[in-house]
Design a protein around this ligand. Sequence first.
Ligand code: GCB
Length: 592
Amino acid sequence: MLKPRPTATRELVNLDGVWKFAVEGTVGETPWTGPLDTPLEAAVPASYNDLFTDSAIRDHVGWVWYQRQVRVPRGWEGDRAILRVDAATHRGRVYVDGALVAEHIGGYTPFEADITDHIRPGQEFRLTIGVNNELTNTTIPPGRITVSQDGRRTQTYLHDFYNYAGLARSVWLYSVPAVHIADITVVTGLDGTTGTVDYEVTTSMTAPVRVRVLDPSGDEVAVSDGASGTLRIEDVTPWRPGAAHLYDLVAEVMDAGDVVDTYAQPFGVRTVEVRGAQFLINGEPFYFTGFGKHEDTPVRGKGHDDAYLVHDFQLMEWAGANSFRTSHYPYAEEVLDFADRHGIVVIDETAAVGLNLAVEGGLTGAPVRPTFSPDTINDDTRAAHARAIRELIARDKNHPSVVMWCIANEPSSNEEGAREYFEPLLELTRKLDPTRPVCYAAVMFATSDNDRIADLFDVLCINRYYGWYIATGDLATAERYLEGDLRGWAAKFGKPIIMSEYGADTLQGLHSVWDQPWTEEYQAAYLAAYHRTFDRIEEVVGEHIWNFADFQTSNGIHRVDGNRKGVFTRDRRPKAAARALRARWRGLDGRK
Ligand code: GCB
């Protein structure tokens, strides 16, 4: 799925702004058949939850409605008009005037509708988007809806971030010529000083295709005819962590010597490989430093924001982070484009978080209900999970920054049924993209002894909280536990290990001379204990702290206005640990 871009043959209209907004039940049964009769307006892109003061909106479970008028540019006669929603969390329905043109389930990947037959160039139409935030045992992520004693429907879920919903990313209208480029896939390799570029261009109808590779100054460095093939770039400049270099693959659809459609796909030439216990980028060992992040800011919720985008990347660079994980869902495409342009490495994750009913049992880890069963995580969940993987790879396959797929966070991988559930999903991921390693992030209940799926994956991503949830406040014991645990995985599997989560909640401004949880000193000491341990274990090839910044969660006795494990506060101010981190990571510079 191509990101919409304006080209010589395509136009792009951004539909962000303030839309009419209403909650289901306040505007009649069929809000899409006419103008929404509502006093409310909502910003797009933004999650709607924190925009309003009314808790009935914030906590609403079900549909909400967004509406605006859209004028189609008058020059679009003869072109196809495509409406694209970058994300509707978690389910979207799009109506053009009264006609349903698209429906999509899955809150973090885009979807489109060809609306040519419903609109007229130069004329206006009424665009209505219904968005539903319900999570059930067959959605990704899963959740459960219960009815409270006073009859309210309430949403519960097993993941530790607020269930923000709405139109958190941009909405677009764009044109493509009748015969157009539908998709482009680029796979790169390095052959000495030559870059190889396997490409495939899909068109809406069979038509002659020409491709050219342009370097950043616009000079043509390779050219070919045909919808697929291999191009060679002599004296290539590879894309490297910390030193991005992007080329454009310009695809053109030809008709009797005329270019009828053109699209420029940015790409970088780089290779990724797991060899033994090493993670190699361009054949060189790479050590991940960075964070698990969230798309989370005050007021906007998960709404994409370019100012936070730039600032977050500045802070990561300041700290010496060379990478991050898109925990726990695919992020806005703007984030990956930015990472591509700035040489930041990404572990790209699906929204499969909370496939773990053991969490219901608290820290005992004893499942109160089986995770994998016909009534809980079942075949329909797996089908939704497979769709999430397909859509993630379709969207992100051409990003050089993306070096690994993470297909789940903290599934119950030690429980019966885990292998049966995951084996086909892993097979699917490898079929869709044979070039990138695949991982999942292992929960603390899953150990090297009882985990049932680790051998299937390429890299062991491990989340641990010794010194926080276990051995709280006792870093000496925590360090021992951690070392024994990591050495167990290393000895059994001989694969690279990334510590994909470790962290301690920290209240900015709270201090102590003792090792006291929640203080700034404790977070710094906790991280230092982990770092000492990583430096003793060869198989550890990366450290991603939980979390980059404090973030909002649902209510809970462990949460103080959200999760406070950020190295930065929610408004992006550094806690004491940030400077120690900067000293360590800038010294490591991608190597341990
Ligand atoms: C985890 C989860 C993450 C939580 C974190 C925590 O293991 O993967 O989503 O936020 O722990 O702070 O408890």
